[in-house]
Design a protein around this ligand. Sequence first.
Ligand code: GDG
Length: 496
Amino acid sequence: TDRSREPNCPGSLIVVSNRQPYRHEYDESDDERSVSVDEPTGGLTAGLDPVCQRTNGTWIAWGDGDADFDVADDRHCVSVPPSSGAYTLRRLDLSEDAVDSYYRGFSNRVLWPLCHGFTDLLEERPNDFEWYRSVNDQFATAVADHADDDSVVWIQDYHFALAPRTIRDSIPSSAAVAQFWHIPWPTPETFRDCPAAVGILEGLLGNDLLGFHVDRYAKNFLECVERALPSATVDRDRHTVRYDGEATTVVATPMGVDAKRYDRNARSADPSRLSSVFSTNGVSSETVLGLGVDRLDYTKGIPERLAALERFFERNPRWRGSFTFVQKATPSRTEIPAYQRYGEFVRDEVERINRRFATEDWRPIVYTDSYLETETLAALYRRAEVMIVSPLVDGMNLVAQEYVASSSDADGTLLLSDRTGAHERLGSHAFTIDPTDVDGFARRIDDALSTPRHERRRRMSALRNRVFDRDIGWWMATQFDWIRRVHDDRQHEGHS
Ligand code: GDG
């Protein structure tokens, strides 16, 4: 590997995230109390893990699902990966009440809908915010236990809007605090509905660096600060805020995917991996395949996609029997009523459309919610002629990029909603859709299916260049470049 491209952290890294990179399963029935460990899989976790290993860092996360913490020391720390024990994983043992309020409450019933502009789904329950604050404090205390003069704290996502300020106040002033916010930031008009709006902004301004996927979110954030915190000084040109004696740099760095890995997996994929998904569903090697891969979330525009497919089959009877759309939906946040209603609606719609068009040996839509191995997912991406990514709002959307990286034959087509962060990078060569325009969307499906091969290849090659150029490695290197600047500033201030 090319070491010069490997992202490196200027100090010793402390990662803070809701999910842990390694899950430990302790076997109680066994005298030796044997442990089995799941390796990191998601793009970000898999990308940050080697950086943590190189810096002998610390990762702090909610110890979800780890049946027993006793095996580790009293701080619930273990060394990971199991083979080398290169860094410390500290797991917070959160009570059921804490998780329900901090995670399923304020994070996912308030901040998630708010940041995506679904203010009608905002649900304020008593105690949720207090628990959110308390869990953020617990994480901050844990960070302070591990931080030294040279530390770089890198916080992931919207579960920790309050922690940065508390961390800032409790670690050495030469240590740096950064955060990446993986979801959109709303306009000031929407942010007005945020309970505890001022506290959230003050919390985030505890960071030296705050990252978003695209400029629009960074601009929205700066505008919200200007309106809600009159004593803050916002420099829009230099993307900085000064507040309460501290500076925060706000940057836009669109996240990428491990493009080489998807490409490799797609190329080496064994087509028989897919037969289990297909054989029972009337999909043959001749079937032209459409694909959607999403968490079952109301932001992802799945009903809109189904409506467009229904219109498409209505208008284009010639495709009945030869085109099948596969929807992989991952159940998500199922304890929250809005998600339950959404899941039921989606499943009902699939059934209804299938009843309407299905024949004896063909179904228009194959719906699955079973988890796919990364290799199987890559094979599916490669097999699909048309990928549909139609969110109503989406911070970035990695699926669109994974599809492109997996299209190793460069002849797939991507239909992409203009309301995703990914559209800013891929929009000029994808088939752009407005997810709410049923007719236009249905026409786009027809366009994609009728595009001649050379034109598909031209578009896909351009998309592939972008996705490979700005992959997960690029994203991390760019984040760490910014982190190095704020870290240097802190180190110099301390010495001057
Ligand atoms: C948030 C933001 C932003 C799904 N099913 C399977 C599977 N997946 C993987 C996909 C992809 C990931 O889940 C989903 O990522 P997205 O980016 O599409 O969406 P969110 O979950 O909403 O993520 C989003 C992202 O954070 C990063 O900042 O892009 O805007 O909402 O990687 O591949 N993976 C496997 N099997 C499955 O069945 N292996």
